[in-house]
Design a binder for this molecule. Structure first.
Ligand SMILES: [Mn+2]
Length: 474
């Protein structure tokens, strides 16, 4: 099913550009209505988010076009007539594309607000040990939800250790709920309890559940609710395939974005709601952190992320943002960075490092960035043991290598892991993987039986390293 349905006016000059526009929008997302072949337009268009009418509305068919596309969107030839000349094909395609993608954002933003309006209370789950992007996106949703009198509770599990996160929370006095996930065996099956400092909490007590900046695999809270369906998902990560049955409402995944905070900024802009200083400052910090200050060697981001940052700058408190960003490295992070250096293994221009048990998960990507800076390194990978899983992060600047795809190949397709699924992926420049210990055969068995983890560390390390040695070998 396509997302966009195109209706093209008779003898329209725009027709010549349709193919290029469709390619830009992603051909899977576009279908063109053919009045000769198809069922009635009304029936045909029902399945689409966006109906785009393209053509000349001055001619007789123009009225039909308007009627057919209804309220949704009609782009007329007159509207693009200010494009200098029809020779500027690319410019015409871009103009039309921009109009179409913006209208989609209007729908998305309105759809989100309608969805939020359905609930009196909304539980918002962030990824474990949330980073500034996750935290600020939670705040942004909370702020937007106030418009609908919906109460938002922002929850996370793991810890907030990263120096910049602590500064963000303290300086802006943010209110997040830390949730401990306790695993117990009862009558042969696993039971999870989710507990906060104020007592037990259950996702079921909220009218709606949202996930921000996290997939199912990166949230311990969600793993405690394997049956839980989710009402609102906003994310920029891969990994949303094969979970459709758990999503029952609003879904906005934009993998070309550097930060979820940037998607949230789109909503503010589109809905014409101004963020307050606290929300805007956190969001700016979220975008800057997730894009590593727009470092083209490290992260993927789009020009929209930059536009959104400058939009947020109108509302931020500059001195707070400065304070948050110039905080020093915490001792626990420094310790992880030291381990990354000490345990490094160099294979050609690749560098790997096992970080041991890691509590401060934010330190893992920081360690990867750090190793990447070493002379002669094109690809850096660090991994650490976080509770019962290995968390791995990768950075790459070797243009011959797509590290996200390689991790996916090595850890997902190459698994012999029974029922336990690893998640792995990313882009050409950065990637990550989560590998449950249970997936690691003998090691998993032994650890489940309660054996001391220490004696398996070298086995874990060599297992992962064997996998990593396959990178770039296909
Ligand atoms: Mn993010």
């Amino acid at each position: 099913m396509g997302e966009y349905c195109f209706v093209i006016g008779e003898e329209s000059e725009i027709e010549g550009y349709v193919e290029d526009i469709a390619e830009k929008l992603g051909e899977d997302h576009v279908e063109i209505y053919d009045p000769e072949k198809e069922k009635s337009f009304k029936e045909f268009s029902r399945d689409f988010n966006t109906v785009v009418g393209l053509g000349d509305i001055k001619d007789e068919y123009g009225n039909d076009l308007k009627r057919m596309a209804g309220e949704k969107l009609v782009i007329t030839e007159q509207e693009i007539s200010n494009v200098p000349s029809l020779d500027y094909e690319e410019e015409i395609v871009d103009t039309i594309y921009e109009k179409i993608s913006k209208v989609d954002e209007v729908y998305k933003a309105n759809e989100l607000m309608e969805k939020v309006d359905d609930y009196d209370t909304l539980g918002v789950v962030l990824h474990d040990s949330p980073d500034p992007d996750a935290i600020s996106s939670g705040l942004a949703l909370q702020y937007l939800a106030e418009e609908k009198d919906t109460e938002v509770n922002i929850m996370y599990s793991g810890s907030i250790n990263h120096q910049e996160n602590k500064a963000l929370i303290n300086r802006l006095d943010l209110d997040l709920r830390k949730v401990e996930v306790e695993k117990t065996e009862k009558d042969g099956s696993t039971v999870y309890n989710t507990i906060t400092e104020e007592g037990d909490i259950s996702l079921n007590e909220f009218d709606g559940v949202a996930m921000l900046d996290t997939t199912f695999t990166n949230s311990k809270i969600m793993s405690a609710y394997p049956e839980q369906e989710v009402d609102i998902v906003i994310d920029h990560h891969e990994g949303w395939e094969n979970v459709e049955e758990r999503l029952r409402g609003f879904k906005d995944i934009r993998t070309d974005r550097g930060a979820v905070a940037s998607i949230m900024a789109d909503y503010f802009k589109t809905l014409d709601i101004e963020p307050d200083e606290k929300v805007a400052t956190s969001m700016a910090h979220g975008i800057l952190t997730d894009t590593l200050d727009f470092d083209p060697n490290s992260r993927d981001f789009s020009t929209r992320d930059i536009e959104n940052l400058s939009y947020l700058y109108e509302f931020i408190d500059r001195s707070s943002l400065e304070d948050i960003r110039k905080t020093t490295i915490s001792l626990s992070t420094a310790d992880i960075l030291a381990r990354a250096i000490n345990n490094r293994e160099k294979k050609g221009t690749n560098i790997y490092s096992y970080l041991g048990e890691v509590e401060d998960t934010d330190a893992i990507p920081q360690a990867t960035d750090y190793l990447k800076k070493l002379e002669g390194v094109t690809t850096s990978i660090t991994y650490g043991l976080v509770d019962d899983r290995i968390r791995l992060s990768a950075r790459n600047s070797d243009i011959k290598l797509n590290i996200g795809k390689e991790l996916e190949r090595v850890f997902e397709n190459g698994r012999s892991y029974g029922d336990f699924s690893c998640s792995a992926g990313g882009s050409s420049r950065k990637g990550g993987a989560t590998i449950p210990l249970e997936a690691m055969g003998m090691i998993g068995e032994a650890i489940k039986d309660g054996s001391d983890l220490d004696q398996y560390e070298s086995a874990i390390q060599s297992t992962i390293e064997t996998m990593l040695n396959k990178i770039g070998s296909s």
